[in-house]
Ligand binder design. Sequence first.
Ligand SMILES: NC(=O)C1=CN([C@@H]2O[C@H](COP(=O)(O)OP(=O)(O)OC[C@H]3O[C@@H](n4cnc5c(N)ncnc54)[C@H](O)[C@@H]3O)[C@@H](O)[C@H]2O)C=CC1
Ligand SMILES: O=C(O)C(=O)[C@H](O)COP(=O)(O)O
Length: 367
Amino acid sequence: MKLLADENMPYVQELFGDWAEIVTCAGRNMTPEQLRDVDVLLVRSITQVNEDLLAEASRLRFVGTATIGCDHIDTDLLARRGIGFASAPGCNKVAVGDYVLAALLKVGEHKNWQLKDKTLAVVGVGNTGSEVAQRARALGMTVLLCDPFKGEHDPTAFVELAHALTADIVSFHVPLTHEGPHPTWHLLDQSIIDGLNGAQVLINACRGDVWDNAALLQRQQGTDPLTLVMDVWEHEPALLAPLVPHTLLATPHIAGYSLEGKARGTFALYRALCELNGRQVSLTPEQLLPLPPIGAVHLHSELEQALIARLVQLVYNIEHDDAAFRLALGQPGFFDRLRKYYPQRRELGSLQLINAASTAHGLGFKI
Ligand SMILES: NC(=O)C1=CN([C@@H]2O[C@H](COP(=O)(O)OP(=O)(O)OC[C@H]3O[C@@H](n4cnc5c(N)ncnc54)[C@H](O)[C@@H]3O)[C@@H](O)[C@H]2O)C=CC1
Ligand SMILES: O=C(O)C(=O)[C@H](O)COP(=O)(O)O
């Protein structure tokens, strides 16, 4: 079995090394010729799996993406050609929750806000959105949930988008869709952007195209700019650079980049391929991971916002990612380089807080 994998997918050797011939290459540069004699293709979000890429892939029988989002995969094409497919739903949802928690704490510091007095709206309440909602509640925030698909079954638990957009902070966690009853492409469009007030904060850790970046830039260049946290950008990696100075936090699509999340991503594909080949699943994602640098911390005081911020920074410092992004901005290939050489980041759950209240668990720590 010949397997072609994105070079930035960890643990491929460990999981497939003893039953596949493995070839790796840069995900953005995969070519139809490379797929000629390949049986299994493993990609991340930057490879467009479409007619063009698969033009010569006559042996291909399985495609896996080690990501949550699948907007880069032509799944109808795979079905038509009888090629098996798997993605990794939820694999990095905890990392996205950690990222947004770190961002919220930075927003709190920047605006001198007590977050417990503020309202957060989560737009898209699936795997990642639910992680965010859980952390915001643990901070004591009021949380509004907006998800028209889920709202159909449980209207009292969800609000309309217009209501969500009145929150102090609005965090987006939708898939990128162009069709259906609630498409998300440019969900945040010019008219919505114009209707927001300058005290509000917006967070995008889902897909860049969900926000109209040009319209946002226009707003930011006016007299009443918004506070923006942007992990994802329209037209990555060729993002709208003039927007960056108008953001509080800017990062290169790394919200989901915990080591645990990446391990779970590759592992989900390993499990799917084992099933397809009738092989025994002989490992767990946890067995792939090294010990975290800091295992436990004893607490001797209440978990209030400033202490939570210090504890989060022990595990994940979002400001380092932001600083690296601003420093590299404009250099050729900077976006992909930051992603390729992203430092090992652990999830908050890798740190045990001893003597902590149960809210610590809601924040994502181990107790
Ligand atoms: N920045 C990053 O590193 C990462 C980004 N993502 C992105 O985040 C997206 C969401 O991930 P998950 O939460 O795991 O997906 P999910 O499929 O578990 O949840 C998405 C939710 O959005 C809802 N939704 C769909 N259209 C909507 C609309 N118009 N308005 C409000 N809600 C809507 C769906 O009903 C669903 O509940 C992924 O599709 C992916 O594109 C995911 C992981 C990491
Ligand atoms: O899982 C997703 O969906 C994501 O957005 C990924 O975390 C992005 O990582 P890459 O696939 O672009 O490495």
